[in-house]
Write a protein that binds this ligand. Structure first.
Ligand code: PRP
Ligand code: MN
Ligand code: MG
Length: 186
């Protein structure tokens, strides 16, 4: 499959994703039994995952959104974060669960967690469908992780390449041009 200049191949299929979403939700249901967590999906990328996850949450909960951007149109994190929709002050004394599609350098989360501290939250945890190696190196605490992946560029299921591909039901990874050419011949 081609998006703009990049060739992609299937990486994680629909049923694997859905199975993982159910597993993550059931862990959260167990851990937040006596609580009313506030889910805070980080837009844009997390909207598909967050929508699926929330359907399996069985404890009373709330949902609010923040929007930041670090990648722009590139295939790797720019290192600079733009806050486009900010945090609500009503998170005081709340058990917040940040929802991410992917944690890469960890910069996005780091910045948001810093801001949350100023709002007097009771607790902050993170659920991310995907996590790349650099985030592990940074020792960023992501309590609920769906899939650990290597340093590859992925799209689909909310993840984009220059805004495209968020609608794909499965997750794809960019394949090197040479590999794509070989496949085409096979
Ligand atoms: C992507 C992804 C995460 C973040 C991870 O968002 O959805 O939010 O980057 O990268 P990091 O750990 O290196 O900060 P992006 O900035 O592309 O915005 P988007 O969600 O609107 O696509
Ligand atoms: Mn994002
Ligand atoms: Mg993006």
């Amino acid at each position: 499959m081609q998006i703009k200049d990049l060739q992609f191949k299937q990486f994680i299929n629909k049923s694997k994703i859905q199975e993982k979403v159910r597993t993550l939700a059931s862990q959260i249901n167990t851990d937040y039994k006596e609580k009313t967590p506030v889910f805070l999906p980080i837009l844009n990328g997390s909207f598909v995952f967050a929508a699926d996850l929330i359907k399996h949450i069985e404890v009373p909960c709330k949902v609010s959104f923040v929007k930041v951007s670090s990648y722009g149109g590139a295939v790797s994190s720019s290192g600079q974060l733009k806050t486009l929709i900010g945090l609500e002050a009503s998170l005081f004394n709340q058990d917040v669960i940040l929802v991410e599609d992917i944690v890469d350098t960890g910069l996005t989360l780091q910045k948001i967690i810093e801001e949350l501290k100023g709002l007097g939250t009771k607790s902050v945890e993170v659920v991310s469908l995907l996590r790349k190696q650099p985030a592990r190196d940074k020792m960023l605490t992501v309590k609920y992780v769906g899939f650990e992946i290597d340093h590859e560029f992925v799209v689909g299921y909310g993840l984009d390449y220059d805004g495209l591909g968020r609608n794909l039901k499965e997750i794809y990874k960019a394949s090197p041009a040479a590999e794509a050419a070989t496949e085409a011949k096979a």
